[in-house]
Design a protein around this ligand. Sequence first.
Ligand code: OSB
Ligand code: MG
Length: 374
Amino acid sequence: MRIDAIILRELHIPLVRPFETSFGVTRNRRVILAEIQSEGLTGWGECTAGEHPFFSPESTDSAWAVIVNELGPMLAAQPPQHGGECPNIFRRVRGNRMAKATLENAIWDIEAQREAVPLYQLLGGEREVVPCGVSLGIQPSIPELMAVIEKELAAGYQRIKLKCKPGWDVEVFAKVRTRWPDIMLSCDANSAYRLGDADHLVLFDAFDLLMIEQPLWHDDFYYHSMLQKRLKTPICLDESIHNRRDALAAIEMESCRIINIKLGRVGGFSEAIAVHNAAQERGIPVWCGGMLETGIGRSHNIALSTLENFTLPGDVSASARYWAEDIIEPEVKVSSAGEIAVPDTPGRGYEVRTELVERLTVRKETIRALELVG
Ligand code: OSB
Ligand code: MG
């Protein structure tokens, strides 16, 4: 494909409510969007890096610099025919997967439009509806958490995931389980514990959790495998899994029994599909994580979630849980059965509200192919 322009924007958007994890609170998102123009078509990609390098080493500012200085020029100098060629184009750049995914996913978006197929079909997905759960941040008090859970269950969500950390765990799970003995419940520690906490983590087994996500170090497989031997509750890895090899190592070492796939964390659709396939071949279920995305990243998560081995409800939920106004149209809605209906129109299946995008933009850089070659 010919690449006519790569337009990078940073948007500032407030969340409708703060989101607290073991590593901090997010109130306002600083989101990078890539708009790639190619032969009359426009593909969009969203960078899932956080405002600070707390979840992963990448941040909004690091990703901006890497896209503008390295990845954008590489892509313009060597335009791909398919999204799947992007990892090879970017191979000299180490890491920086969220930055890479921003561009790669926009190329897949263009390719789906060019082939006039829904993005999910281009990826090899089959599901017509995607099962949804919610990820609930740490709340100021247990009664406030109970009220939030009640609201999300009433909305239809199939699974409740509780962010946890030392001091916000077993007491909370006990209260929730007493009130709702049968709901699908899981937790996510974002690396808040150490192997020395194993005796405490064993207590989690009493609450019939679907999984405990990333209890230990963000870069670890070995200590998770030691911990998994002691737990009945399946461990799910998020932060530790960057690619197919990581997934294979974690499965081989029995560091986890479930994998959370995030497009940004693994560097885009190509590697996400590779992780999905590796897990499927070994009988390990996967689900799609979220990174407080706008509708663009959300639409890509929905398309990915249609692949066969995404058998567990993901963290991909309705636009209105995050934004007063989403930047796509229609916004993402979740049915009373806790499902998102996958759009069947060519491309990502949601229009981008370009005027709103423009209004939320705080910086913008246009990279034209001609200026980059040479
Ligand atoms: O660990 O899954 C995580 C948000 C930001 C960073 C890390 C995580 C999360 C979430 C939110 O859990 C999921 C969402 O609702 O988008
Ligand atoms: Mg997580």
